[in-house]
Design a protein around this ligand. Sequence first.
Ligand SMILES: [Zn+2]
Ligand SMILES: [Zn+2]
Ligand SMILES: [Zn+2]
Ligand SMILES: [Zn+2]
Ligand SMILES: [Zn+2]
Ligand SMILES: [Zn+2]
Length: 201
Amino acid sequence: MKRILAIIFVAVIIVSPLQVFAASHSSGTVHTVERYTSFNERTHIFTCSECGLSIVETHRFNASGNCDCGYFIHNHSVAEYTSYNDRTHIFRCEKCRVSIVETHAFDSNGNCDCGYFTHGHSVGEYSYYNERNHIFKCEKCGVSVVETHRYDEEGKCVCGYSVHSQNVDEPNEGFLSVLLSFLELIADFFIMIINYIKNFI
Ligand SMILES: [Zn+2]
Ligand SMILES: [Zn+2]
Ligand SMILES: [Zn+2]
Ligand SMILES: [Zn+2]
Ligand SMILES: [Zn+2]
Ligand SMILES: [Zn+2]
């Protein structure tokens, strides 16, 4: 998950300036739509028939509220809920098939239509911890809950983590995974640059 977020982050940082640059490609004209490959609530993606790049654009609605990509202005209606966490759920709209993220709407009994309900989480097993947080899976709702450690007088947390663990000399798993995802980022960056350059060859 951390890796996916990091890649999205880099993609946004890297791709947006490239596309601004590419907007004045060879002939100096704007990109020409070959076909729309996908859309979400706010944007669509199309392939440019001149330069072959994938371009992300916000929808352009006509007077009837339709965009050329097939998306149209409407109130989303739930086809099915696909997942939830302790703050939001995701559903697929039956009109546009787009996945929508929403905060839960609880009724007076504390139930949301998605199946999530208000309750005190009940700790299953602590599955992971780093220097600041531990994570457990709730036995009632199955959601992964992130919490900061709470130390007793001896400096130990219920999850098994101890303040003394921080004095270990060798790099811990947290450091290594950060290093690893950083290297992955660099690799992804170069792959993107190479793909970009290929468009001009
Ligand atoms: Zn183009
Ligand atoms: Zn559109
Ligand atoms: Zn919709
Ligand atoms: Zn919900
Ligand atoms: Zn729960
Ligand atoms: Zn803990």
